[in-house]
Design a protein around this ligand. Sequence first.
Ligand code: AMP
Length: 187
Amino acid sequence: MGPPGAGKGTQADVLAERLGVPAISTGDIFRAQVADGTALGQQAKGYLDAGEYVPDSVTNAMIRERLCADDTRAGFLLDGYPRTLDQVAVLDEFLAGQQRFVDGVVVLEVHADELVARLLHRAAQAHRSDDTEPVIRRRLTVYAEQTQPLIEVYASRGLVTTIDGNGETHEVSQRVLTMAVSLQQQA
Ligand code: AMP
């Protein structure tokens, strides 16, 4: 977990490779669906472009289906899900039904000025439709209002590890991998 620009996608890929599990990014799935012009993509596009969350009913149905795929049997890493309290409840119920549970939650913390700088930099490079300045501002607000409270929910379950997400990508990756090794040693 972490705000837009925290490096979730990049670090999720690094960590998932280390753990040998798939990294599942709801944002990537939505963008692929939009690019392919599927019914789901058409449903999601307006929300992505505005920096708003896709409705829980749509997102939950999509992730449920993804988590039924065979490649998740040995575990998986979620990037960008859950983002609302409703999504937490749905994920809990879904996993409980399969005698599975969330092992841990990694929170990437990045200073606000670095976040905005990174997002504007990505806007100049990647041309994501939601990396314009007003939409970036909206995404940060939506995160603070709807997703940040989830950290407390998972912290109260003793699941949260916080990582300093400031600095260069490889420095943050090093911290993430060190954390993964120490969690595996404890397990
Ligand atoms: P991301 O790539 O994770 O920053 O996500 C990009 C956009 O996809 C978000 O701004 C939302 O519009 C949508 N999205 C991704 N994950 C979720 C989620 N868990 N719930 C609702 N909308 C999501």
